[in-house]
Design a protein around this ligand. Structure first.
Ligand code: ADP
Ligand code: MG
Length: 352
């Protein structure tokens, strides 16, 4: 621009602001599914159903049996920066998946969003938001819990639509997101169904809620997700040091893979992509694997939420530890101890 032309600064309207935020939160149908399933988990759901059509481009529907929302909650749920999960005074103490209050506002700005919800013992209500415009809250019949339906994702942002992959690859990304969340939540049941021409056509994934002892439940869930071969070769990990707790299953070196596809790491139950943690996993197996092999493991690192910052990226898949060395070292020494003990009773408490 020429230096003599002075541009005008304007405050963007709500719809534009939401659409910009949506760009960060909702990259593709699978990211919408992730946000909706996380909301269902935050609502205490025991069963979650995900239906999609055309790789999620035409329809995404997440049904849960969680706490539900009342009629006054619905407009707030789709308002930007409105959340029931934190009160704003304590960003260091986040115990839920959500806290930004952005997902539903974003989804309502990039698709046709409909929320039907009914708290136990109350009436059901529905709210529709299309292209950022909110309708009126109307009573309707509904099962206890919440159904969130997102149709025509990105219809209002054709540029985004163009960058999506084939229905098949978007569909497999959706299944992957659910599988990933299901690994950390073995007590919750998940069903993923493909819808064709408005009718349920194919069950893609069915995971019944597991019960009993957490490790047994997790083991059964992982058998369903990764195969009996994984669990037959996996050692239980349950190590703790200085308030950091590493739990899950790590496969014997003999079960190693040619790629890192069977590495699933979680921090306080949240799936993470974290170079530090994946690096520590590699180091833990360094002496027992050849260079071209990769360990297989499903591990959750849990600690007081104050020790890890989850407010790093809108998609919330990155975290920052206050003491990264402690996290790294627990993974390395914890796994080495478990691998050295070789299996039978692989749970232990490490000294400091
Ligand atoms: P966040 O999850 O960060 O709070 P969202 O935009 O995803 O933001 O959701 C906004 C609010 O709507 C949540 O804080 C919650 O109170 C409510 N909500 C969303 N989904 C559900 C659900 N499935 N069941 C009950 N309440 C929900
Ligand atoms: Mg949310």
């Amino acid at each position: 621009p020429a230096p003599n032309i002075r541009p005008v600064i304007r405050l963007l309207d709500e719809a534009a602001i939401n659409r910009i935020a949506a760009g960060e939160v909702v990259e593709r149908p699978a990211s919408a599914v992730k946000e909706l399933v996380e909301n269902a988990l935050d609502a205490g759901a025991r069963r979650i159903a995900v239906d999609y059509a055309a790789g999620g481009k035409v329809l995404i529907r997440v049904t849960d049996d969680g706490c539900g929302m009342g009629p006054d909650d619905l407009p707030l749920a789709v308002a930007r920066h409105a959340t029931s999960k934190i009160d704003g005074s304590d960003l260091l103490n986040i115990r839920s998946f959500g806290f930004r209050g952005e997902a539903l506002a974003s989804l309502g700005s990039v698709g046709r969003l409909s929320i039907t919800s009914r708290p136990r013992g109350e009436e059901g209500h529905r709210l529709v938001v299309e292209g950022g415009r909110m309708g009126a809250v109307a009573p309707c019949s509904a099962a206890p819990g919440t159904v969130i339906e997102l149709r025509d994702l990105f219809y209002a942002t054709p540029a985004r639509l163009k960058f999506l992959r084939s229905d098949r690859s978007e569909a497999s990304a959706i299944a992957e997101v659910v599988r990933r969340l299901a690994m950390a939540e073995p007590l919750v049941g998940f069903v993923v169904t493909e819808v064709v021409e408005g009718e349920p056509a194919r069950v893609i994934l069915r995971l019944d809620p597991e019960n009993g002892d957490f490790f047994d439940a997790l083991q059964r869930r992982l058998t369903r997700l990764l195969g009996a071969d994984f669990t037959a070769n996996a050692l239980r990990v349950d190590v703790e040091r200085e308030g950091l707790h590493l739990s899950g299953y790590a496969a014997l070196p003999t079960y190693s893979r040619g790629t890192s596809v069977q590495q699933f790491l979680f921090v306080n139950g949240r799936p993470v992509q974290d170079r530090l943690l994946y690096g520590a996993l590699r180091v833990a197996y360094f002496d027992v694997l050849s260079r071209d092999r990769h360990p297989a493991a499903v591990l959750n690192l849990s600690c007081d939420p104050e020790r890890v910052d989850v407010n790093v990226h809108p998609a919330k898949s990155e975290v920052r530890f206050r003491e990264p060395e402690a996290a790294r070292s627990l993974i390395i020494t914890g796994l080495r101890t478990v691998l050295a003990q070789g299996g039978t009773r692989a749970s232990s408490t490490l000294g400091t």
